[in-house]
Design a protein around this ligand. Structure first.
Ligand code: ADP
Length: 768
C-alpha cells in the first residue's frame, strides 16, 4: 500500500539534509586544509628547495588530489546506509532491522576507517616524497627521515581530529536513527577511543606547533632539524605507551560500572546508592588531570632525551638547546592544559549520567581540586605560556615581519584557545543550571538536574539542586498521596453518611406511618365517642316521633269518627300539633345526620370555597350532647368564605369546641362558649373562647406539642391541638392561644381569604 506523506515534513527533511550536507562539505574542506598544513607545510619548510629542484611538485599534487577525491568517494559510499536510514527516519517511517544494523555499523566504523585511510595517504605522501628526494640525492638522509617522521606524526594528529570530528557529527544522526539507544551504552562503546584520539590529536598538533616555534626560536639547519624530528617519533612512542597503560588502568572502575549497569535493561534497575558508580565517578573525575600530568611529564623527559641525543649527533650550541627545551616545555604546558580541558569534555556526559542515575555522596566524590585552584592553575598556565613565549621571542634571532606576525598570531591563538575553553567550561554548567532552575521554578520537577561534571563548587551546587528537586518532588508526591487518602476517606465517610441517612429516612418513614396509625386509631376512638353521643342525641327526636305516632293515629280515628264540627276541629288541632312534633323530630334527626355526614366525609383533593358559618353550625350541632349546660354564643359573619379543605376546617372547630366544653366540664353553674367568625383586613379570624379554668402559664407553651395532655387516660390523647396547628399551617394561616389561669381561654385563628395561599396538600388529618 502506498504511503502518502505530508508535504511539510518532506520539505523540512530535505532542507535539513541540505544544511547538513553544506556543513559536511565545509568541514571536510577545512579538515583537508588542516591536513595539508600539518603535512605539506613542514615538508616545504624542510625540503622546499629540493622539491623545487626535483620539479615533481605538480605531479605529486595531482596524484594527491586524485587520491583525496577517491577517499571522499569511498567515504560517501560507506555512509550510504546512514544517509538512507536518516532520510527514512526524517520521513517518519519505521526502519527495518537490517537497515538499522547497517547504519549502526557504518556509523561505528566509517569515521575511524576514513581517518585511517587519510593517515596512510598523507604518511605515504611524506615517506614517498622523502624517499624520492633522498634517492635522487636532492635531500640528506637525516632530513628525509625527519620529513617522513613528521608526516607520520602530523598526519596521525590530523587523522585523529578527523575521526573525532566525524564522531561528533554522527552523534545527533545516531540519536535520530536510534532514538531508544541508552546514552550510557553509546558512551561506553566510544569513550576510550575518544580519549585516545584526543590525546593523539594533541600530540600531533603539539608537535606541529613546537616544530613551527622551534623554527622561529632557533637557527637549526635542515639536517639538524631533520635529525631532531626523526628522533621525536621513537621518543614519543614511550610516553604514548605509558599513557595508554595508565588510561587502561584508570578506566577500570568505569568499565566495571558499565559491566554491571549495562547488563540491566533499564535505568530503573539501577541501585541509587551504588559504590561502583561512586568509584566510576571518582575515576572519571580525576582521569583528565592525571592523564595530562603523566603525558606532560613523559613528553618532557622524551624531549630532554631528544635534545640531548640530537645535540650529540648534530652538535648545536647550548643556547639553541636551551631555547629548544624552553619552546618544548611551553608546548608541553599548553598541550597539558588543552588535554585536561578536552578530556574533561569527553568524560562530562559520563559524570552527568552517573549523577542523574545515582545518589552520589558529595563527601566521597568531592573533587580534590577546588574551583579556585583550577582557575589559578589554568589562568596561571596561560600567563606562564604567554610570558614564556615573549621571553623566547626576545631571546631568539631576528626574523622578518611576516614570520614574527605569523608566530605571534600562533602564540596568541594558542593562549586564546585555552582561555575560550576555560571560560566555556566554567560558564556552560552555570548556564545549564540556570535553565534547570528556571524550569524548576515553573514547577517542572520530573527531569533530574544533571551534574555539571566534576564535583567542584559548581558541581556540588548542581548536586544540592538535585537534592532539592528530589525533596520537592517527594514532598509534592506525598502531598498528592495525602490528598488521595483524604479524598478516599471523605468518599468513605460520605458513603457511611449516605447509608445512615437512608436508614434515618427509613426510620422516619416508619415513625411517620406509626404516627399516622396512632392518629387514625385516636380518630376512630374519638369518632366512637362522638357517635355514641350523637346516637343519644338522635334518640330524643326519634322517640318523640315514635311516641307521637300513636296519639296521632288516635287523633285521625277521632277525626273520622267525629260527630260534630267542634269535635272535628279539636281533633284536627291535636293532630296538627302532633304532626309538628313529628316534623320537628324528623328535622332535628335530619340536621344531626347531615352534620355527621358533613363531618365524616372524605376531603377533596383540591381546596374549595367553604362557608365558615355553616362549619360552625355543623360542629355545634354534632357536639350538642356535650354542650348540655353550656351556652353557645355565636357571632358569625354569615357570608364569610375561605378557600380550604372543609373537612379539615370542621375538624379544627370540632377540636377547639370539644376542648372548650371539656374545660368547662360538668360545672353546676355551666359556662359559655363564644364562637366568632369575622373578616379582619384580608383574613378571616375565627375565635373560640370559653370561661373555663384557663391554662396555667407553664403549660401554655406546650399545648401544641404532639401527645401533650393534662387529661386522664381515655379523655385526651394530646394530639388535638397539634393536628389543629398542622391544618392551620397547611392552610397558610396561624393560630394563637391566650389564657390566664382562672380566666378562661381564647384560641384565635387567622386564615387567608385568598385561595392562592391554601395548600393543595390533602393529607387525611384525623382528629378527636
Ligand atoms: P387533649 O385535649 O387530648 O388533651 P389537646 O392537644 O387538644 O389534647 O390539648 C392539649 C392540652 O391543652 C389539654 O390537655 C389541656 O390541658 C389544654 N387545653 C386545650 N384547650 C384548653 C382549654 N380551652 N382550656 C383549658 N385547657 C385547654
Amino acid at each position: 500500500m502506498a504511503t502518502t506523506l505530508p508535504e511539510v515534513p518532506v520539505a523540512a527533511s530535505l532542507r535539513t539534509a541540505a544544511c547538513a550536507l553544506g556543513a559536511v562539505v565545509l568541514a571536510e574542506l577545512s579538515l583537508t586544509l588542516l591536513e595539508a598544513l600539518l603535512v605539506w607545510a613542514p615538508l616545504v619548510a624542510l625540503a622546499g628547495q629540493s622539491l623545487r629542484d626535483s620539479g615533481e611538485t605538480p605531479r605529486i599534487v595531482a596524484v594527491m588530489l586524485v587520491l583525496l577525491v577517491l577517499t571522499w568517494a569511498r567515504a560517501t559510499d560507506r555512509m550510504r546506509p546512514v544517509l538512507a536510514a536518516r532520510a527514512t527516519k526524517l520521513r517518519g517511517l519505521p526502519l527495518t532491522a537490517a537497515a538499522e544494523e547497517a547504519a549502526q555499523r557504518a556509523m561505528a566504523r566509517t569515521p575511524l576507517e576514513m581517518a585511517g585511510l587519510r593517515w596512510v595517504l598523507w604518511t605515504a605522501l611524506s615517506v614517498g616524497v622523502a624517499w624520492m628526494l633522498a634517492a635522487r640525492n636532492l635531500l640528506a638522509w637525516p632530513s628525509a627521515v625527519g620529513v617522513a617522521c613528521v608526516g607520520l606524526l602530523h598526519a596521525g594528529g590530523a587523522a585523529a581530529i578527523r575521526a573525532l570530528f566525524w564522531e561528533r557529527l554522527l552523534d545527533p544522526v545516531q540519536a535520530t536513527i536510534l532514538p531508544n539507544l541508552d546514552p550510557l551504552r553509546a558512551f561506553a562503546v566510544t569513550y576510550r577511543r575518544r580519549l585516545c584520539l584526543t590525546a593523539f590529536a594533541l600530540i600531533g598538533l603539539g608537535h606541529a606547533v613546537s616544530a613551527t616555534l622551534i623554527a622561529v626560536f632557533t637557527e637549526l639547519t635542515s639536517p639538524q632539524a631533520g635529525t631532531l624530528l626523526a628522533l621525536t617519533v621513537p621518543a614519543l612512542l614511550v610516553p604514548m605507551l605509558l599513557w595508554y597503560r595508565s588510561l587502561a588502568r584508570r578506566t577500570v572502575p568505569i568499565e566495571r560500572y558499565f559491566e554491571s549497569a549495562i547488563k540491566r535493561p533499564t535505568s530503573r534497575g539501577l541501585a541509587r546508592d551504588d559504590p561502583q558508580a561512586v568509584a566510576a565517578f571518582r575515576a572519571a573525575q580525576s582521569l583528565p588531570y592525571r592523564a595530562s600530568i603523566y603525558q606532560s611529564l613523559a613528553c618532557s623527559l622524551a624531549a630532554v632525551a631528544v635534545v640531548a641525543v640530537g645535540r650529540r649527533l648534530t652538535g648545536f650550541n647550548t643556547a639553541i638547546a636551551g631555547r629548544l627545551l624552553g619552546a618544548i616545555g611551553l608546548m608541553v604546558l599548553a598541550s597539558g592544559l588543552y588535554e585536561t580541558l578536552l578530556l574533561r569534555a569527553v568524560l562530562r556526559p559520563l559524570l552527568g549520567q552517573l549523577g542523574s542515575r545515582h545518589r552520589l555522596p558529595v563527601a566521597e566524590v568531592r573533587s580534590a581540586l577546588g574551583l579556585r585552584r583550577k582557575l589559578l592553575l589554568f589562568f596561571g598556565g596561560v600567563i606562564v605560556l604567554g610570558s614564556g613565549l615573549v621571553l623566547l621571542f626576545s631571546l631568539s634571532p631576528k626574523h622578518g615581519p611576516a614570520t614574527m606576525i605569523g608566530s605571534t598570531a600562533l602564540a596568541l591563538a594558542l593562549a586564546l584557545g585555552l582561555v575560550v575553553l576555560i571560560v566555556r567550561d566554567l560558564v556552560s554548567p552555570i548556564h545549564a543550571l540556570e535553565e534547570r532552575a528556571d524550569e524548576m521554578a515553573r514547577g517542572e520537577l520530573a527531569r533530574p538536574v544533571p551534574p555539571s561534571g566534576e564535583a567542584d563548587e559548581i558541581g556540588r551546587l548542581t548536586f544540592a539542586f538535585e537534592e532539592m528537586r528530589r525533596a520537592l518532588r517527594d514532598k509534592l508526591r506525598s502531598t498528592e498521596s495525602l490528598n488521595i487518602d483524604l479524598e478516599r476517606e471523605v468518599r468513605r465517610r460520605t458513603e457511611v453518611l449516605e447509608q445512615r441517612n437512608a436508614e434515618l429516612h427509613d426510620a422516619l418513614e416508619k415513625l411517620r406511618r406509626a404516627q399516622d396509625d396512632l392518629v387514625r386509631t385516636e380518630k376512630l376512638a374519638s369518632m366512637g365517642r362522638l357517635v355514641a353521643g350523637i346516637a343519644h342525641e338522635i334518640n330524643n327526636p326519634v322517640n318523640a316521633v315514635i311516641n307521637t305516632l300513636g296519639p296521632l293515629q288516635e287523633s285521625i280515628h277521632q277525626i273520622s269518627g267525629a260527630q260534630s264540627p267542634q269535635q272535628i276541629a279539636s281533633a284536627v288541632a291535636d293532630a296538627e300539633e302532633m304532626l309538628r312534633v313529628v316534623q320537628r323530630g324528623a328535622a332535628r334527626s335530619k340536621a344531626i345526620v347531615q352534620a355527621l355526614h358533613n363531618y365524616s366525609r372524605g376531603d377533596e383533593s383540591v381546596p374549595r370555597e367553604l362557608n365558615l358559618g355553616r362549619s360552625v353550625d355543623d360542629t355545634v350541632d354534632l357536639l350538642r350532647h356535650r354542650l348540655k349546660n353550656i351556652r353557645v354564643e355565636k357571632e358569625i359573619d354569615p357570608g364569610l368564605r375561605v378557600f380550604g379543605f372543609p373537612g379539615q376546617i370542621d375538624q379544627v372547630l370540632m377540636n377547639l369546641v370539644t376542648n372548650a366544653a371539656q374545660a368547662i366540664g360538668d360545672r353546676e353553674q355551666g359556662g359559655t362558649i363564644r364562637i366568632g367568625v369575622h373578616a379582619v383586613d384580608d383574613e378571616a379570624q375565627i375565635s373560640v373562647a370559653d370561661d373555663g379554668p384557663g391554662i396555667p402559664a407553664e403549660v401554655l407553651p406546650r399545648i401544641f406539642d404532639p401527645f401533650f395532655t393534662t387529661k386522664d387516660v381515655g379523655e385526651g390523647s394530646g394530639l388535638g391541638l397539634s393536628i389543629v396547628h398542622g391544618i392551620i399551617e397547611r392552610h397558610g394561616g396561624r393560630i394563637r392561644a391566650e389564657s390566664h389561669a382562672g380566666e378562661g381561654t381564647v384560641f384565635r385563628i387567622w386564615l387567608p381569604l385568598r385561595p392562592a395561599s391554601a395548600s393543595s396538600e390533602n393529607r387525611a388529618l384525623p382528629g378527636k
